[in-house]
Ligand binder design. Sequence first.
Ligand SMILES: [Zn+2]
Length: 70
Amino acid sequence: MSYDNIFYYWNLEIITVLINEVIQMAIDPICKMEVDEATAKFTFEFKGNTYYFCAPGCKAEFEANPEKYV
Ligand SMILES: [Zn+2]
């Protein structure tokens, strides 16, 4: 890997971190996918925390057994 490539990948990492801070991304506790909190359709409140899901299947899985995932 050349010096240019290292610099390129380093920049990508910084940009990804910045984007994640601006757009509040939550991690789906079931499949570990990133979910945009602003547009998330599937959310579930548990013990005062809000959890975000990518799909109804993930939400149903969490609802069935929340203790396993928190
Ligand atoms: Zn999911």
